[in-house]
Design a binder for this molecule. Structure first.
Ligand SMILES: [Zn+2]
Ligand SMILES: [Zn+2]
Length: 409
């Protein structure tokens, strides 16, 4: 890890070590085994004696050694954030179909609704994702005058650039949809944004009302219709995304799965407050913010999703089976589209621990520094199972480098 990242990581751990208990008394909502466990895992992350490790040794000269500690994979852990992004890119990369034009659409809710979302995360987040898809199917159908079913990859994000709660959806949508009646793919080259704003407002507000059923939400919904007569912000990235970006998934990862505050951005901790910086959307300048430790912990923990929550979901024709059936027809329809770059999306393979290490240090971790030969697995140790010798073959085949059991230095 680079020097500034190490500073950030140490500060991050110190803050949680010293203040987590106090924080849970201050905010009892987080005083549960689920959150305790996440924090506990995170604090042990990267410590080989507690998390387990793989030891590599040079089997040629016997001198080279390299220890790889298992990662915690806790969603709170900033140390694992990079691994998470790489896995995300690999996962989404596989779901992007070659030759299809996608758009990146961002659907937001106004500030007055954010507290409601925060307090009712469990009830609202899933319906929120679904209603984004319903809205776009309706939008595409209205624009084309035909009943269309698009394909969607939906990712929910709950934070803005400074770590505050700001739930919104990033949707990778096909630029049109499947007309089941005519058995035809309909491409939409032009999307009227004002109509999308209005539609999105209606879908988002009705979803809130249905999910919560309270007088308070009824009042809020009315207030929102009155206050935003032109609808909610729905931002469509201009241009056809794949033709502009060599890799859509990599481009998106930056917006979509970055942690609320990254290790690189944590500057200082004095025992009572934490200073960090971020690039502001509004001013496009680097802003510095100093907050009390409890605020800092709150900003990090409020973005942890409920247990088992799926942040990335696939809807409509994006589901592989459906897509395979209609693929030739989609291709046919899109081949006629002017300016289309066929196969512009590069599907990216998951980065292994070795590649990540090499990328950040410029050094191959598994090459013996003494004789330059490739080192082999010598020992695997797991805190629960002890030394795992019989796993050697599996490890060589990359088992510990799969998303299920990631390694991290
Ligand atoms: Zn050697
Ligand atoms: Zn971790």
């Amino acid at each position: 890890m680079a020097a500034e990242v190490i500073v950030g990581w140490n500060v991050f751990k110190e803050v949680f070590t010293e203040h987590w208990e106090g924080f849970t008394q201050f905010r009892p909502r987080y005083d549960t085994p689920y959150y305790d466990d996440l924090v506990d895992k995170m604090l042990r992350c990267g410590n080989p004696d507690q998390m387990g490790y793989i030891e590599y040794r040079c089997l040629h000269c016997g001198q080279g050694k390299h220890l790889v500690s298992m990662s915690c994979k806790s969603s709170l852990c900033l140390r694992c954030a990079k691994v998470y992004v790489d896995d995300w890119v690999a996962q989404v990369g596989k779901m992007l179909h070659e030759g299809v034009i996608y758009r990146h659409i961002v659907l937001t809710v106004p500030e007055v609704l954010r507290t409601t979302f925060y307090q009712n995360a469990q009830a609202l987040l899933s319906p929120f994702m679904k209603c984004g898809v319903k809205c776009l199917d309706d939008f595409f159908s209205t624009v084309s005058g035909k009943a269309l079913k698009g394909g969607y990859i939906v990712v929910i994000q709950t934070h803005g650039r400074n770590g505050q709660y700001n739930p919104h959806l990033h949707i990778i949508a096909t630029s049109g949809g499947w007309d089941e009646q005519a058995k035809q793919w309909v491409h939409l080259g032009y999307l009227p944004y004002p109509m999308l704003h209005k539609k999105w407002q209606g879908y988002a507000l009705e979803m809130c009302r249905e999910a919560l059923h309270t007088d308070e939400i009824d009042r809020l919904v009315h207030a929102c219709y009155a206050k935003y007569p032109n609808g909610f912000v729905a931002n469509v990235q201009k241009g056809d995304v794949p033709s502009r970006y060599q890799s859509l998934a990599t481009y998106l990862a930056k917006y979509v799965v970055s942690p609320p505050i990254s290790l690189r951005r944590i500057d200082r901790y004095d025992g009572q407050s934490v200073t960090y910086h971020y690039r502001s959307h509004k001013t496009e300048r680097v802003e510095r913010e100093r907050v009390a430790v409890y605020t800092f912990i709150g900003r990090m923990i409020q973005h942890v999703f409920p247990k088992g929550f799926k942040r990335i979901r696939y809807y409509g024709v994006q589901a592989t089976k459906t897509f395979e059936k209609i693929r030739p027809l989609i291709r046919q329809a899109l081949a006629k589209v002017k300016g289309m770059v066929t196969g512009a999306i590069k599907v990216i393979a998951a980065k292994s621990y070795r590649q990540r290490y090499q990328q950040s240090t410029g050094r191959d971790p598994l090459r013996c520094p003494y004789c330059q030969q490739e080192m082999g697995v010598w020992k695997v140790w797991h805190p629960k199972y002890g030394v795992v010798y019989d796993e050697l073959g599996a490890i060589k085949r990359g088992r510990y480098e799969s998303p299920g059991k990631r390694t991290y230095v």
